[in-house]
Design a binder for this molecule. Sequence first.
Ligand SMILES: N[C@@H](CCC(=O)N[C@@H](CS)C(=O)NCC(=O)O)C(=O)O
Length: 211
Amino acid sequence: MKLYVDHQCTSPFAMSAFVALRECQVDFEMHYLDLSQGEHHRPPFTGISLTHRVPTLVDGAFSLAESSAIAEYLNDLSGGTKLFPADLRARAQARQIQAWLRSDFFNLRNARPTETIFIEPIKKPLGSLAMADAQRLVETLSHSLQDGRKFLFGEWCIADVDAAGMLNRLIYSGEPVPDALKHYALRAWDRDSVREWLDIDRRSAKSPSKD
Ligand SMILES: N[C@@H](CCC(=O)N[C@@H](CS)C(=O)NCC(=O)O)C(=O)O
């Protein structure tokens, strides 16, 4: 398979798809697009990706964008339990978390883009709207983990990577986060698949892909 990602590997969605591929032990190669140069709006990528966004996964003649759809595809391909809980309701709730994280927290995302995690922490104080996002995130995740469970649905799943990613925007930039959530975020990212993404050398921009 091929995975199209941003050339600096700072997209949290590209990270989620990368982790999903590694966790499912799928062979793939990465293709890098310089979004700042608009490469995603030009052929050949426009002919490959329906949405012209990263991540986009290519599996033979089939292509798929949207990181959560990619995770579901890979999960189904690899037997149905690698990325999501086996239990029907827990699986639905994991998708709920993924959809929530992708459709909310825009103020926090603007104030603490993922560069704060992958390149250099941003220390500028959070504005009131970003603070409100942060508070909602912390309250909701604290509630979900209040019975002392290690991960949102007992066992690790891909929604933990996404949830920890949103928390890490706060943690890496030194914002106050309850210890239980800090430990959760560490645990959720304590995986070879995540470490491999974190270890990418971002000081040297990747060569944009030729195809
Ligand atoms: N909901 C999408 C979001 C993908 C997304 O926003 N990707 C960004 C990079 S982080 C992108 O391709 N931006 C270029 C653009 O939208 O023009 C997903 O989960 O994959």
